[in-house]
Each structure stands twice: as C-alpha cells, then as structure tokens.
Write a new protein. Structure first.
Length: 118
C-alpha cells in the first residue's frame, strides 16, 4: 500500500512519532559505536521500517526508544571496544528509511540545508 494511503491514528500521534524518529535518525549517521552494537542498530532500523510500512505507531515509538537506548555516550570508558561510524549496510538502511519517513504525510522536514543523499 502506498504511504499516502496508509491510515494512522486520527490525532497527531503519527506525526509526532515520525518526527521523533526522524530527529533520531538524522543524528544516527554521526554515531560512533562498537561494531557489535551496529548489528543491533541495523535490526532496529528494520523493525522501525516495518512499523512505518504497517502504520504501527506503537511499533515506531518502541523502535525509536530502542535506538535511543543504544545511542552512544560521549565519555569513553577505559578498556572499551573501539568505535566506528555506521557500516555501509546500516547506512543504506538508514537512508532508505529516512527517505520513506520524509515522504509520509505530515512528516517533519529534515533540518534546513541538510541533504540526506550525501
């Protein structure tokens, strides 16, 4: 079903959930995480994408919350695994999902001057 035909809740919950997810996803490509954590991020991006496709507001919020819990801390602890930017498969999934979310009716615009196709 095309995204413009998808039915969400009659209130602003869908718009808020999509805006919150977009805000987080815009930051995600700048995260530095241990390689093993990127696997979890990739899985959550797939979960989020599935929730968006199904119009599942609770699923969108749950996946976004899961990503927030994985988000990196700024202080690196002694003996922590080395961190790295998102690997190409995660970056590809991220870009596809951001594009999909941006095309949702009522989706919040991406920050001015930023181009997600970089």
């Amino acid at each position: 079903m095309p995204s413009h035909e998808r039915r969400y809740a009659p209130d602003d919950r869908a718009e808020d959930a999509i805006a919150e997810a977009l805000d987080l996803l815009e930051e995600l490509d700048e995260w530095l995480l241990p390689q093993a954590r990127w696997i979890d991020v990739g899985d959550l991006i797939v979960t989020l994408s599935t929730a968006v496709e199904g119009g599942d507001i609770a699923g969108i919020r749950n996946a976004t919350g899961g990503l927030r819990q994985i988000s990196p801390v700024r202080v690196k602890r002694l003996g922590e695994e080395p961190t790295e930017p998102p690997p190409p498969p995660v970056r590809d999934r991220l870009n596809i999902l951001v594009h999909r979310l941006q095309s949702e009716p009522g989706a919040a615009p991406v920050g001015e001057g930023r181009n997600r196709d970089d």
